[in-house]
Structure formats: structure tokens, C-alpha cells
Design a protein around this ligand. Structure first.
Ligand code: LLP
Length: 471
């Protein structure tokens, strides 16, 4: 059985129940990825959960459910943590790029740009979102293992750096890029051959991966690129995986990348940048214990600096690409509880008004989450239930066997750490409209993504004239 009411949370809130007190006594404001809840989580005078100064059940009533809530203070604290840790730990220039696949929206792009970070996009959609959100093109990189001509053209025309992943990218770029006044800025992605312990679907650094050039191909590609006057190879990229709690693989990566950097520079490439990808894990349930942003950055920065010094290489600008650890903890999803099914001696299912279409992670990766009742967060757990989604799929279970106070229809359930890979991986399965998203700050909530309506889902359907439309 998994308790999703961690003792630390229950004790603090229960013991205190104090107004305006941090809900999590040990909240790490400098490294939000180590907390279960946003750093502003507190109780209002009635003992109801608040985030960003907004009472969660009031948000649910005002904006409807399911609702994605994003805490601006947590987002900004995380951006600053990466920026400041890099400045403190790395002796050369540095830039953290937000991996926008974790959660792409105009508001997040704008906020991250304002905090001085760059951004990693993997499609024309993410790229447009970043540019329209005000992210300067020179701080954006375009990734992808099968970029279309249109995506490459958009990136090149906008002055975005292209991360070359394979020979096809080079073929297309050779058609698009020549004849421009400036060479196109490129990075080269390769698989570093580093194993790490995370779900097999989100591992990318091992050799049997669809991303990037095999290390054996690296020298040949570097030689080929040296013959392309339209290209300027600014740097190298590798990414080993996601939701990683170990630091060792990141240390090993630095050595592998420094070797590749030495090779690239020996072949005449400027290679001023080294991009070590993302991957730092976060705390989804009480037993998770990820390193802090500061620890992760110190290891990465120290290892890159050491590896370059050992090889006599001038220090590159250090880039990293955090996604999950930058946005996950800022996000809370609110649901309203509906039906209930009790199977005596077996299990009690409690259904909420969302599920795998707004959070596909449990069904995809068996991911676990922490949840509390928004209006009774400190109440003693009385029953063990399985929180089920509303989709026509038996596996659509959001939280299996969790201990909660007596829960019934109309209750608002708050599920934490949903800011990453929830909205961005969501779908319209069963033609369920996508939730709205609100950004909360100092007691104010602003809609940053409008709720989809059932009518919106018909927008792209075309009914051939030979069918008689229903009036
Ligand atoms: N850079 C590259 C090239 C990546 O492929 C990724 C993630 C990142 C950066 C950001 O990694 P992060 O800091 O978020 O770990 N949907 C999965 C995660 C897939 C990650 C894909 N690539 C999940 O929900 O767990």
C-alpha cells in the first residue's frame, strides 16, 4: 500500500494548522525539486490548502476541474536556482535552457525568458510558442530525431541553433542553409554510451538509442561538417535520460563529452559550447530523495571543468537542459471527486473528473503521485482507495491504494508535482477536452491556458457532403 499523505506533511499541518505557515515544514525553497508541494503551499484560516496565496478549492469552483495550477514563485525559484548554481559552481560562462517538452506555453516561455534562461524546443509548435512568448531566438536550440524541412527552415530563418541529430538533418540543412549571409549555428548530438537507472522509456544515453550519432560516427561527421562553409559548429550535446537520482552518470558524461570536444576542436570547429542535457529527478512521493539543483550543478560543473583542465581544453560555455526539475513541483492538478465503487473485501474505487488524458504518466510509466483533499489536508486518513480516471480504460488509475480521509463526491482532490509531462503529454482520449491552466501569485490567479470545450474538439472534423448532418 502506498500512503500518499506523507507523515512530514500530515504532522506539520496537523501540529500547526497555523495560518500562513508553510505547509511543508522542511520546504526547500532553494531547490523546489526536493519538495512534494509548491514552495508557497500553506493553509488558509479555515485550514484549506492554498498555493500562491489562492485557496485551491476556490480555484476549482471559479475555473472548473480538472484544473492545472502553476505556482509562479516555485517556477521562478527554480529558474534562479539553476542560474545562480551555475554562476557559483562553473568558472566559465553558462546558460540553463528550459526543456519545454516538459510543459510548453506562452506564459512559461515568457517567465523563463524573463528569468534569463534559454529554451530547448523539439518541434515547430514548441519553437513558435517560445518565440511568441518572447524567448530570444539566440537563446533557443531546436532538437529532434526526425526534424521536418519546415521545422529546420523555421529554426534557420529565426536564427535558432539547430542540434544536428543525424545524417538526414545534415542533408536537409545542406539544401536550406547555403547562400545565407551568416553560417547556420549548429550543435551536434551524440549518444555517450552511459547507462543510468530510470524507466527504459526515458533513458537516452545508452548506445541503443534512437537519438543522436553513435560515438563511432562522430569523427566522420565532424570531418564532413568541417567541409561545410554554411555551417558553424558551436558545440556538442548529449542527454542521458530523465528522472535520474544518481550523480555519477553525469560525472562520467563530462569525461566522454570532453574527449569529443577535444576531437571537434582538433578538426577546426570552434565548439565553444558543451550541452550536457537535463535529467535531474524530482520528489513525487515521500520516499523519493533526489539531489538538489545545487548538488547536481556542482557535480556537472565541477566534472566539466576538471575534464577540460585535464585535457588542456579552454573552458566551453556550459549549457544544461532541465525540464522536469524546473516545472514539475510548481504544478498541482485539481479534480472533483464523483462516483464511487466499493468491492467488499477487494477495493474501493473513487473516480475523478479527469485522468489519463490530463496525466498519462501513471498508465505510461507506472508513475506515483502524492495527493491531498484540498479542504481537509490535515484530516486523519480513514480509508484506502484507488483514485480512478474517467476514461474507458481499466488501467486509467491515477493513484493506487492511497490512504485518505473519508472521501466523497464533490470533494476537491489536489495531486502534486504535475507541472511536468502532464499537460504536454495530455490527449483528447474519449474526446475529453483539455483542462484550463492558471498561474497563481500573491493571491491572484491568471488563466494562462483556456479550458477546451467539447465544441472545440469538432473544429478539425470534416463531414463529407454525402452524409446528412444531424441538425
Ligand atoms: N534534453 C533532451 C534532449 C531531452 O530529451 C530531455 C527529455 C530533456 C532535455 C529534459 O529532461 P528532464 O530534465 O525533463 O529530465 N515523458 C517522460 C520524460 C521524457 C523525457 C524526454 N526528454 C516522463 O513523463 O517521465
Amino acid at each position: 500500500m502506498v500512503s500518499t499523505v506523507p507523515p512530514s506533511i500530515r504532522t506539520e499541518a496537523g501540529a500547526a494548522g497555523r495560518q500562513g505557515q508553510p505547509f511543508e515544514a522542511e520546504a526547500d525553497r532553494t531547490s523546489p525539486n526536493r519538495n512534494l508541494t509548491p514552495i508557497t503551499t500553506a493553509l488558509d484560516p479555515e485550514g484549506r490548502l492554498t498555493v500562491g496565496g489562492c485557496t485551491l478549492s476556490d480555484l476549482a469552483r471559479t475555473y472548473g476541474t480538472p484544473l492545472y495550477v502553476l505556482d509562479e514563485a516555485t517556477l521562478r525559484a527554480t529558474c534562479r536556482a539553476y542560474r545562480e548554481a551555475l554562476e557559483a559552481a562553473y568558472p566559465g560562462p553558462s546558460l540553463a535552457l528550459y526543456a519545454s517538452k516538459a510543459n510548453s506555453s506562452l506564459a512559461i516561455s515568457a517567465l523563463v525568458a524573463e528569468e534569463g534562461l534559454g529554451l530547448d524546443a523539439v518541434s515547430a509548435g514548441e519553437l513558435l510558442t517560445a518565440l511568441r512568448g518572447g524567448m530570444p531566438a539566440e537563446r533557443i536550440v531546436l532538437h529532434g530525431n526526425n526534424k521536418s524541412r519546415e521545422e529546420l527552415e523555421l529554426a534557420v530563418n529565426q536564427g535558432v541553433t539547430v542540434v544536428v541529430d543525424n545524417a538526414r538533418d545534415l542533408e536537409l540543412l545542406a539544401e536550406i542553409a547555403p547562400g545565407r549571409s551568416e553560417p547556420v549555428r549548429l550543435m551536434l548530438r551524440f549518444t555517450p554510451g552511459i547507462e543510468c537507472h530510470t524507466h527504459e522509456y526515458i533513458r537516452t544515453g545508452h548506445l541503443d538509442s534512437k537519438f543522436g550519432f553513435d560515438p563511432d560516427q562522430l569523427e566522420q561527421v565532424l570531418r564532413q561538417l568541417a567541409q561545410c562553409p554554411w555551417a558553424r559548429l558551436d558545440g556538442l550535446h548529449a542527454h542521458i535520460g530523465s528522472q535520474i537520482f544518481e550523480l555519477e552518470p553525469h560525472r562520467d558524461l563530462a569525461g566522454v563529452m570532453a574527449d569529443a570536444l577535444a576531437l571537434a576542436r582538433s578538426l577546426g570547429h570552434p565548439c565553444t559550447d558543451l550541452n550536457v542535457g537535463g535529467g535531474l529527478g524530482i520528489r513525487y512521493v515521500a520516499s523519493d530523495d533526489p539531489p538538489s539543483i545545487q548538488e547536481w550543478v556542482a557535480v556537472v560543473a565541477g566534472a566539466v571543468a576538471d575534464a577540460c583542465r585535464e585535457r588542456g581544453l579552454a573552458l566551453p560555455r556550459l549549457l544544461c537542459e532541465p525540464g522536469r526539475s524546473l516545472v514539475a513541483t510548481a504544478g498541482v492538478t485539481l479534480y472533483e471527486v464523483g462516483s464511487r465503487k466499493e468491492i467488499p473485501g477487494l477495493r474501493t474505487y473513487v473516480a475523478i473528473d479527469g485522468g489519463m488524458s490530463d496525466n498519462p504518466r501513471p498508465i505510461t510509466y507506472q508513475s506515483r503521485y502524492t495527493a491531498l483533499l484540498a479542504d481537509r489536508p490535515t484530516a486523519v486518513s480513514e480509508e484506502t482507495v484507488t483514485v480512478a480516471g474517467k476514461h474507458c480504460e481499466s488501467g486509467d488509475l491515477l493513484l493506487k491504494d492511497i490512504a485518505l480521509p473519508a472521501i466523497g463526491s464533490g470533494d476537491v482532490l489536489a495531486v502534486f508535482a504535475t507541472g511536468a509531462y502532464n499537460a504536454s503529454m495530455g490527449s483528447n482520449y474519449n474526446r475529453i477536452p483539455r483542462p484550463a491552466a492558471v498561474l497563481v501569485h500573491d493571491g491572484v490567479a491568471e488563466v494562462v491556458q483556456r479550458r477546451e470545450q467539447p465544441e472545440d474538439l469538432l473544429r478539425y472534423d470534416v463531414l463529407p457532403a454525402r452524409f446528412t448532418p444531424v441538425p
